[in-house]
Design a protein around this ligand. Structure first.
Ligand code: GRF
Length: 218
């Protein structure tokens, strides 16, 4: 069975969504280990509550960023991990981890990539005035939010949205598409071909990919 390793820095609601889907049997996999780069990441608390192994790994204890990611790769490899999930992990992943898990590191980003990469995807979208934003699950490469796209979900943007209101609407979709992408991976249905990810077979829950439109108040 597929073993999953997770990296998180904070709240961990996407980690929770995947853990719930695993626990409920929707994803045939096991979460083997969560590592955080912050000591008080709430994700650690969630892991403890779910009875999952988790610990904080202090980046300051390593000589270089590469050394930090080499250690993470070793920890995941020792657990037999076959898929690494970034779940609100606030660091650029370095080569030692990517080389150990080629096209086996996924990330969720709160915008429709390639629009609004980097930090504060929701703030950027609300500030720009786009009418549609959303979220993207993608494989991770060495760039910042540049890897091949697996699933996206579209979310309407209201003229009176704040960063918070838009973030909340996007987060609902994140919690649907991240488990869906992991499920597709666990079923062996994802194939990377250049910049494209080919999804074999029907994508179930396609209705989850577009949030219901919002009624405008006039
Ligand atoms: C999410 O918005 C995710 O898209 C971004 O960071 C946030 C993490 O939230 N990468 P959580 O820690 O999963 O609750």
């Amino acid at each position: 069975m597929l073993k999953i390793g997770v990296l998180a820095s904070g709240r961990g609601s996407n980690f929770q969504a995947v853990a719930d889907a695993v626990k409920g049997g929707r994803i045939k996999a096991e979460i083997a280990l969560l590592i955080t780069d912050r000591p008080y990441a709430y994700a650690l608390e969630r892991a403890r509550e779910a009875g999952l192994e988790a610990f904080y790994l202090d980046p300051a204890d390593f000589r270089s960023k590469d050394a930090y990611f080499r250690k993470i790769a070793e920890e995941f490899t020792a657990k037999g991990v076959g898929l690494v999930l970034l779940a609100g992990f606030m660091r650029i992943v370095r080569k030692p981890l990517l080389d150990a898990f080629p096209w086996r590191v996924m990330n969720i980003h709160p915008a429709l990539l390639p629009s609004f990469p980097g930090l504060h995807g929701q703030r950027q979208a609300a500030g720009y005035g786009v009418k549609i934003s959303g979220c993207t699950v993608h494989f991770v490469d060495e760039g910042m939010d540049t890897g091949p796209v697996i699933i996206q979900a579209a979310v309407p943007v209201r003229h009176d949205d704040t960063e918070d209101s838009l973030s909340e609407r996007i987060l609902e979709c994140e919690h649907k598409i991240y488990p869906e992408a992991v499920k597709l991976f666990a079923e062996g249905r994802l194939e990377v071909s250049g910049k494209q990810v080919i999804v074999r077979g029907p994508v179930r829950n396609a209705d989850a990919l577009i949030n219901p439109p919002i009624e405008e108040k006039r």
